[in-house]
Design a protein around this ligand. Structure first.
Ligand SMILES: NC(=O)C1=CN([C@@H]2O[C@H](COP(=O)(O)OP(=O)(O)OC[C@H]3O[C@@H](n4cnc5c(N)ncnc54)[C@H](OP(=O)(O)O)[C@@H]3O)[C@@H](O)[C@H]2O)C=CC1
Ligand SMILES: O=C(CO)COP(=O)(O)O
Length: 586
């Protein structure tokens, strides 16, 4: 019979749909290959009529016999054997079933009509465990059988469950063999998370720096004995820091990470800090573990600490600068650079002139050392607690000796401590000192806001604070100009940068808020529990210095209205009111 290619079926396309002209099935009926079967490509799947037909045809097909000659008869002859198209002696097993045989299903064949429509698996697949399991599940199609199988499976699972002490470790995310140490993340499809290389980062690589907000490395951590940054031998130095306060100690962290041999010497009152650092590398005022590679020394051990030092650093506050200069005098050597992190100005009483701290220290050095050493200073925004936690920090190093500045810059600079040279000593040092006074002034706004019933997150006093901030920068530029510096320095890290950080994160900012709340200066100092408040020192210095500059005509009486107001508020308990109308050159 010639193959009929385009027969169509008029049955319903889906079970449950009403048969109508619009739901006719146009599935092609495939070639009649054996002459007795009509194999639709979509039989059993596309439409009900084809599925039924396929079942009928399957049921009619004789089972091939294992022995005996195969039927060689033509399809037409075979069909002639039985009027219904069945081979002689064949009875569908549905008809063969008897009460005795009920419950026994034909072997090797799936039960049910749906299974009949599936092509029979090859013998390898039939032998496979997964196939048999699936077939078995299929055979237990009755609800009772399913429940029984489920109970059996559960029982076998429980019997296999190891005891609490012999449980297997948690499953690895990736089941790829452990022997493959480095798997590119994209090559592993079974891992929801990208794989991390198990190999530790190379020494000195950026990966060694903790991400996010870095924490101090706890004592005993392997990183403590390693170095973050491996400098060339030429840049390794012995650095002795005098003063183990918050900033002096925090300053040591980027230096040890940079690979230097860092010695931290406490003052006569820093003994408790040094003791704590020696016993467990913990800094009590920073409330932080510091790298154990920082070597702490008591004040009495100063000689040993400065022996062979390549750089000397002052970590004391402005009140301690005289003591530090006198102490170091006997140990300073020609050609050994001196750097300070101290921020402040001093008044030369006789001349009535303001002095920047590098010049004050230089005056105190012995004659033979002074000729070759020009002290440098670090200025710019730097909260000690943040630097000690390795938060990226940018500062300037300023001094009068350009060559020494370059050397210092390359010695101090590290992966998270960014040091920029600044040739304007006057500008940087005036900003470093005066930002404390002005930061107190801006922070008054936060206190005023709270005093007026403002809550955090509500409408604040930012307009008020911004005007004070802008006037502060303007006045800093004026004072720099008066002292012979570059006013533009106030727009950089030492001015705008440090003012912002101090009013937001410094002790001075907290003090200003207390004053804004209406708490008197004396009470506010008491509430600060002995914290260093250099704003009071610089305001006092300026209160004494301004008349001298006015007398010489270097400053007008109406200039610096904000600074004058801050002197009155902090030192003379004046009410917190800003003379906005006299700001901005009015
Ligand atoms: N904290 C910070 O975030 C920053 C601070 N700075 C500057 O660093 C300097 C130090 O600040 P910080 O470490 O925070 O202050 P601390 O109060 O924590 O430490 C001050 C250090 O100076 C010593 N000192 C103070 N007064 C005297 C004195 N009369 N005689 C001898 N030693 C004295 C203290 O020793 P003792 O315990 O014996 O009094 C202590 O070692 C300041 O000038 C500050 O402006 C700079 C950038 C950031
Ligand atoms: O100088 C500082 C930041 O640069 C910190 O100042 P405080 O003394 O107000 O904490």
């Amino acid at each position: 019979m010639a193959p009929s290619r385009s027969q169509s079926c008029s049955g319903p396309r889906r079970r449950g749909r009403a048969a109508s002209g619009s739901t006719r099935c146009f599935a092609l009926v495939a070639d009649r290959l054996d002459g007795s079967s009509c194999w639709s490509r979509s039989a059993g799947a596309e439409c009900e009529c084809h599925r039924r037909r396929a079942l009928r045809l399957r049921a009619r097909r004789p089972r091939p016999r294992r022995s005996g000659p195969r039927s060689t008869g033509s399809p037409s002859r075979r069909r002639r054997r039985s009027p219904r198209g069945r081979p002689r002696g064949f009875r569908p097993w549905r008809l063969r079933s008897s009460p005795l045989r009920r419950g026994r299903r034909p072997r090797g064949r799936a039960w049910g009509a749906a299974a009949l429509s599936r092509p029979r698996a090859c013998r390898h697949r039939r032998a496979s465990r997964a196939f048999r399991r699936r077939e078995g599940r299929h055979r237990r199609a009755s609800p009772r059988g399913r429940a029984l199988a489920q109970r059996r499976r559960r029982a076998s699972r429980l019997s296999r469950r190891p005891s609490r002490n012999h449980r297997r470790p948690a499953r690895r995310t990736c089941r790829l063999p452990r022997s493959r140490p480095r798997i590119p993340p994209s090559s592993c499809r079974c891992c929801p998370r990208p794989l991390r290389s198990r190999r530790p980062p190379r020494l000195g690589s950026a990966a060694m720096i903790p991400r996010g907000l870095p924490q101090a490395i706890p004592p005993g951590n392997s990183l403590q004995t390693r170095r973050f940054w491996v400098p060339s031998a030429a840049t390794m130095a012995v650095i002795t820091v005098l003063g183990a306060g918050m900033m002096g100690s925090a300053f040591c962290v980027p230096l040890v990470d940079r690979g230097h041999d860092v010695r931290l010497v406490g003052t006569h009152l820093d003994a408790a800090i040094i003791e704590s650092l020696r016993v467990r590398a913990f800094h009590p005022t920073l409330k932080l573990d510091l790298p154990a590679s920082i070597r702490p020394f008591f004040a009495a051990e100063l000689e040993e600490a400065v022996r062979g030092a390549d750089i000397l650093a002052f970590g004391v506050s402005s009140a301690g600068i005289r003591w530090a200069t006198e102490t170091i005098t006997t140990h300073a050597r020609p050609g050994v650079p001196l750097v300070m992190i101290t921020k402040g100005l001093e008044l030369d009483g006789e001349a009535g002139r303001l002095l920047v701290l590098p010049d004050v220290v230089r005056r105190g050095l012995p004659e033979e050392v002074r000729a070759s050493v020009s002290p440098a200073a670090v200025a710019g925004p730097c909260i000690a607690g943040e630097l000690a936690r390795r938060v990226p920090t940018s500062v300037v190093v300023t001094g009068r000796d350009g060559e020494a500045l370059d050397k210092l810059g390359s010695a101090l600079r590290g992966p998270y401590y960014h040091v920029f040279p600044c040739a304007d000593v006057i500008g940087a040092e005036v900003c470093a000192a005066l930002k404390n006074a002005y930061a107190m002034g801006v922070a008054l706004g936060a206190g005023l806001h709270e005093k007026n019933g403002g809550a955090p997150g509500s409408v604040a006093m930012h307009n008020w604070e911004s005007a004070v901030f802008a006037q502060a920068i303007r006045e800093m530029m004026r004072i720099i100009t008066m002292l012979g510096g570059d006013p533009m320095t106030a727009t950089g890290l030492p001015g705008v940068g440090d003012l912002d950080v101090t009013m937001n994160g410094g002790r001075t900012g907290r003090f200003g808020r207390l004053l804004g709340l209406g708490i008197g200066a004396r009470e506010a100092v008491a509430r600060m529990e002995g914290a260093t408040l250099e704003c009071l020192e610089i305001l006092d210095v300026m209160r004494r210095a301004l008349p001298a500059y006015e007398a010489r005509g270097e400053l007008g009486p109406g200039e610096l209205p904000l600074l004058r107001k801050l002197i009155a508020i902090a030192l003379e308990d004046a009410p917190v009111e800003m003379p906005f109308d006299s700001f901005f050159g009015a």
